[in-house]
Ligand binder design. Structure first.
Ligand code: BGC
Length: 761
């Protein structure tokens, strides 16, 4: 109680003086401070800390009369997001620190998803690089930039496994595989948080959307999810758990239900799994209006769902204001205990102490660092490199690629001369005017800018209403009102005068991402007509795909000589793409999601189970598990990606074909670059458990290594396997490997492997 006599600023100084800012503070030291602070807070102030509104009406030079300033002053706001610019952030922090009773600093959040000002490829593209160092570096740079510009907390990484490319948000994740997804989640957490959360250039990370959001029925966003616990634990949980194991500070609840209860109100998920089984000790935030959305889910009124969320283990309420407006009443009515509110508030205050906000509430507002580091040449150079490393070469016949820098190129396509769409979805802080269009990038890297001639060729889609929906949020696609034939003719004329055609096809940036699910993921008909006309000129046609998801490519495969999937490459899009098209960078990306032949095959993924009637041998066989109209094969398998050189795998060897429980065996394979260019290859290690007490997938990724090989060079790649690599969750959720026979596979994709036998004793 002695603190009550201190002014709020005095209180902060008192708390701050207890530690040397150069040192990381001990957990027990922080716990004591949190308890001291809690002891002088009113119930309303504690509930206020659990409230995370979107900044809304904040304008520069915030007056204390704006709605949000008033709420902050009254201690009703724990954090803010969707607030841009150092002036505004400084202003709201000042209100919190100087005008609220206790002066508790706000935690400022933002969706820093794949870069801040310097934008890297969309996360799905990043995952295709299979390069954990580069992925970690992209998160590090994002943290350095954002933390100079007022941000303390990012709502990333998104680690939702998805096996349904209709779902638009596959663009924000790392694809279909739990092991790869876990490696990427951990790399991103390391990148954002570094090893010192209290440093001024690290961000608090938030793994999302917990849990299972990527399994929404029919790929429709926010839709129902229903799956067995075995599938949750073995296939969908691992990346969230990997983020927790890597020390992620916060978790975001997903919109969907899990086992019949919305994640936001699901105690089993948020408490039993997350905290008790996995040992998570940070705080959980709801997703945007996730708390009040439980009303529509049929869980009760705002008071009921708010109490339910808090009691389940969600500490912070994003946007709904259900906690703010109903929790006091629930306490008065005996429906929520003060202790539950104390526990929630404790975790949020703890994070603020860990970040060092009580020592310096303005620590993330560094004009000097912002001026120097945001969108710096160094950061842009890294973005260019990562973007080129993430591109996946799907087809390359008659050596259409790489293109000589002297070649005259007809650059065609609805987004070939567009800046807005290059950065992809969830790039809310991007400096769009400075992103490099494909046209500009190609001109810069070619031997002579005159070599690149551009024509739009077609609109993105025929239907103007659809185009309007996918160019919302400032990502203009600049629809052309000319008749289709006129646009195609112009493009064909240009093709006739050129040595080679580069056609930029696919999706717009906002065709994927949140609330951007599609039932038809093939290339739109008008783009196919353009492509056919270009191919009829007899020139070689290279297709570059912009996409935020796997697309159905059957219609364009016969009309292209090469296909390069470039995703949405980020700020340096045009340059990175030119680096690959001209061969300055040899493509080395590999798919992280299976490409279906058509939408009817969805869900399709490499690590499927066998049925009792698997199709072995040729398609079609009556009374086997297959379709009448299309084979079971994907268009392109998980892990697939070509290079301008060729790789050969030989001599797969196991140091022993039997493994005992506490030992390790080594797996070696020789990989040779048999072509005439240097290149990189992602060497992939899979296994299959042949007999189990529950059914096991036909193949599971358990390791990978990206190596660099000079032309003609051979390297021996070594992996190790121990029992834990063979383990899985059983019906009672115990996790161990079962003795018995396994297959070990190593290769260049999930369906191009050498194999050997292994027995676990
Ligand atoms: C999304 C989250 C995001 C949040 C805050 C929601 O609509 O689902 O991924 O972090 O908004 O912007």
């Amino acid at each position: 109680m002695k603190y009550l006599i201190l002014s709020s600023v005095g209180f902060l100084l008192f708390l701050g003086s207890c530690i040397n800012p150069q040192q990381k503070e001990s957990t027990s030291g922080i716990d004591q401070k949190v308890d001291s602070l809690l002891s002088i807070m009113t119930l309303e102030e504690k509930i206020g800390q659990l409230n995370l509104p979107s900044a809304g009406d904040v304008s520069t030079g915030i007056s204390t009369n704006t709605g949000i300033a008033k709420s902050i002053k009254e201690g009703k706001v724990g954090g803010l997001f969707n607030i841009n610019g150092l002036d505004k952030i400084r202003a709201v922090q000042k209100v919190a620190v100087e005008e609220s009773r206790l002066g508790i600093p706000l935690i400022i959040a933002k969706d820093v998803i794949h870069g801040y000002k310097t934008i890297f490829p969309i996360p799905f593209g990043l995952s295709a690089s299979w390069d954990m160092d580069l992925i970690q570096q992209s998160a590090r740079i994002a943290a350095e930039e954002a933390s100079a510009d007022g941000i303390a907390w990012t709502f990333s990484p998104m680690t939702d496994i998805s096996r349904d490319p209709r779902w638009g948000r596959v663009s924000e994740g790392s694809g279909e595989d739990p092991y790869l997804g876990g490696q990427i989640a951990a790399a991103m957490v390391r990148g954002y948080q570094g090893d010192d959360l209290s440093a001024e250039n690290t961000l608090l990370a938030c793994v999302k959307h917990f849990a299972l959001y990527g399994a929404s029925e029919a790929g429709r966003d926010y839709n129902t999810v229903d799956m067995s616990r075995l599938r949750m634990y073995n296939d969908y949980f691992p990346p969230y758990k990997a983020a927790v194991d890597a020390g992620v500070g916060t978790v975001m609840a997903s919109f969907n239900e899990v086992d019949g209860i919305p994640a936001t109100g699901n105690k089993w998920l948020m408490t039993n799994v997350l905290r008790e089984e996995w040992g998570f000790d940070g705080f959980v935030v709801s997703d945007y209006t996730g708390v009040s959305e439980m009303i529509a889910h049929g869980m009760g009124d705002l008071q009921e769902v708010s109490a339910m969320a808090l009691k389940a283990g969600v500490e912070m309420d994003m946007v709904s204001e259900g906690f703010l407006t109903t929790l006091k009443k629930s306490v008065d009515e005996g429906k929520v205990s003060v202790e539950t509110i104390d526990n929630a508030c404790r975790l949020i205050l703890k994070a603020k102490f860990q970040l060092g906000l009580f020592d310096d509430p303005y620590k993330y507002m560094d004009e000097e660092r912002a001026a120097k580091e945001l969108f710096s040449d160094e950061n842009r150079a890294v973005a260019r490199k990562i973007a080129s490393e993430s591109m996946v070469l799907l087809k390359n016949e008659a050596e259409a690629l790489p293109i000589k820098k002297e070649a005259k190129i007809a650059l065609i396509g609805p987004l070939a001369n567009n800046k807005e769409n290059m950065v992809g979805t969830w790039s809310v802080s991007a400096v769009i005017s400075k992103s490099i269009s494909i046209y500009d990038g190609m001109k810069e890297v070619s031997a002579n800018p005159e070599n690149i001639q551009y024509a739009k060729g077609s609109n993105l889609v025929e239907d103007p209403d659809l185009e309007e929906r996918i160019s919302m949020f400032g990502k203009n696609t600049y629809r052309d009102d000319r008749p289709e034939a006129e646009m195609i003719n112009e493009a064909v004329e240009l093709a006739n005068e050129s040595d080679i055609v580069v056609a930029i096809l696919g999706e717009a940036s906002e065709s994927s991402g949140e609330s951007s699910s599609r039932t038809d993921i093939s290339i739109p008909d008008n783009q196919v007509r353009l492509l056919k006309a270009l191919k009829e000129t007899g020139k070689k046609v290279v297709v570059v795909l912009l996409s935020g998801r796997p697309l159905v490519l059957g219609e364009i495969l016969p009309h292209s000589d090469a296909i390069l999937n470039a995703w949405f490459p980020g700020s340096e899009a045009g340059l990175a793409l030119a680096d690959v098209l001209y061969g300055d960078v040899n493509p080395s990306g590999k798919l992280t999601m299976t490409y279906p032949q058509n939408v009817g095959q969805i869900p399709i993924y490499y690590s499927h189970k066998n049925t009792g009637r698997p199709l072995e041998g040729e398609w079609f066989q009556k009374f086997k598990s297959n379709y009448l109209d299309v084979s079971n094969e994907p268009q392109f398998p998980f892990g697939f990606g070509l290079s301008y050189t060729q790789f050969k795998y030989d001599n797969l060897k196991l140091s022993s074909n039997s493994l005992s429980k506490d030992s390790t065996i080594n797996v070696t394979v020789e990989v040779s670059n048999t072509g005439d260019r240097d290149g990189k290859e992602v060497v992939q290690l899979y296994m299959r458990d042949l007999v189990g007490t529950i059914t096991r997938p036909v193949k599971e990724l358990i390791g990978f290594e990206k190596i660099e090989l000079k032309a003609g060079e051979t390297k021996t790649v070594e992996f190790s396997i121990s029992e834990k690599d063979l383990a899985f969750y059983h019906q009672d959720m115990s996790f161990y490997a079962e003795p018995g026979d396994f297959k070990v596979f190593v290769g260049s994709s999930s369906d191009d492997v050498l194999e050997s036998d292994l027995e676990l004793k």
